[in-house]
Design a protein around this ligand. Structure first.
Ligand code: HEC
Length: 164
């Protein structure tokens, strides 16, 4: 009787071993292992997709093309502050134009420092009403405004010097 039980349990154990061997768990390259392979593959794909595009050169070319298009305004040097905060609406040279097209802001070119400064102060104080300009100037000190007015007032003289 003992022998029979021993034989039956041996057969069951061997059967289970054979079953697991055939169907295989993850670590044996079975079905579950395939799922893990799939996850690995899709992880790789995700990683590939999140890699930054390798077209730095294209960007550089575009920037160069834009610079060339800007022509002589590229040689018209302005402060980083003016370029980043004002040029988008008032033009790289204060003309209020870009490539001949009118921008959102009026031309500032050729205005006197006093007039520019007064306009800026008035925008900031709300005496001259314009939400765009007020929003832009709200965080700037009067010193900053003076700097801008001074710089913009020199645009004309600068351009004249360039064209000589
Ligand atoms: C988002 C667009 C925009 C930006 C950026 C901008 N402006 Fe303006 N600006 C305007 C508009 C629009 C007006 C006209 C407002 C009006 O007259 O009601 C204006 C008017 C002015 C005026 C008065 C000009 C005039 O003859 O009436 C001055 C001076 C001025 N801006 C200076 C600046 C300076 C300096 C900066 C950068 C710190 C700047 N602006 C950035 C849109 C802009």
């Amino acid at each position: 009787m003992k022998n029979i039980i021993a034989i039956i349990s041996t057969v069951i154990v061997l059967g289970l071993m054979g079953y697991t061997f055939n169907n295989g768990r993850a670590f044996q390259g079975g079905e579950a292992g395939n799922i893990i392979e799939d996850i690995k593959v899709s992880n790789n794909q995700v990683q590939m997709n999140t890699q930054p595009p390798q077209n730095d050169n294209i960007e550089e070319d575009k920037i160069r093309a834009l610079r060339n298009k800007a022509g002589n305004t590229a040689s018209f040097e302005v402060s980083n502050n003016y370029r980043s905060k004002c040029a988008s609406c008032h033009g790289a040279d204060g003309s209020g134009l870009q490539n001949g097209k009118k921008l959102m802001g009026p031309g500032l070119f050729g205005q006197s420092e006093e007039k520019l400064y007064k306009d800026l102060i008035d925008f900031k104080a709300g005496r001259k009403e314009n939400l765009i300009m007020k929003g832009l100037l709200i965080n700037l000190s009067e010193e900053d405004l003076k700097e801008y007015a001074k710089e913009i007032a020199q645009f004309k003289a600068k351009k004249d010097a360039l064209e000589k």
